[in-house]
Design a protein around this ligand. Structure first.
Ligand SMILES: [Zn+2]
Length: 191
């Protein structure tokens, strides 16, 4: 990741929350963010132009291999389509991940075009994937939100349910933000 990106992502995520008037104790959803950024979000079932053989491949054979994608339409603007075969929790992270690419201003590194269709899919560089994943974590579970939840004595399950995210995301953010160390230090000083 670029030098300074992590700190930049945390600031960006917090300022987006502030712009949406969503406090650190409240969940931020992909839909709220998409409205703010003027991006449509839809199930990929809504795309009628995908040729049958590609649909079979994406919905059945390879349904675990993709999460969501963003289409830039020349007149209709940007739209994020999520994999309808995944759970709601996964849609949520997948949509936020796609939003993160847009917030970072990642240009599509490769276009996949379908014959007879007027749109292209974007794919990204590995470094851009890391950046989008990181920003997605900052949006979903800011450090301040984790501290708020842990001060209240919430378990990982309760945090995941409250912020509409996965247990893996809660554990990952606890590890990388160092909130547990901060809380332990606080407890030791109070003794
Ligand atoms: Zn991505």
């Amino acid at each position: 990741m670029r030098r300074g990106f992590k700190a930049h992502a945390a600031r960006e995520a917090n300022s987006l929350r502030a712009a949406l008037s969503i406090s650190m104790s409240m969940p931020l959803t992909g839909i709220q963010l998409s409205k703010h950024l003027n991006v449509k979000v839809s199930s990929a079932n809504q795309i009628t132009q995908i040729p049958d053989e590609i649909r079979q491949q994406l919905w059945k054979a390879d349904n675990e291999s993709w999460s969501a994608f963003t289409i830039s339409h020349p007149t209709k603007g940007k739209c994020v389509f999520y994999n309808p075969t995944h759970s709601r929790g996964r849609h949520e992270s997948n949509v936020l991940h796609e939003m993160s690419h847009l917030i970072c201003g990642h240009p599509p590194s490769k276009f996949i075009s379908f014959e007879n269709c007027d749109f292209s899919l974007r794919t990204c560089h590995p470094e851009q994937e890391q950046e989008a994943d990181w920003l997605c974590g900052c949006l979903k579970l800011p450090r301040e939100s984790l501290l708020w939840a842990l001060h209240k004595g919430m378990t990982n399950q309760e945090i995941a349910a409250h912020f509409v995210t996965s247990l893996d995301m809660v554990q990952f953010r606890r590890n990388v933000t160092g909130v547990d160390k901060q809380l332990n230090r606080g407890r030791k000083t109070r003794k």
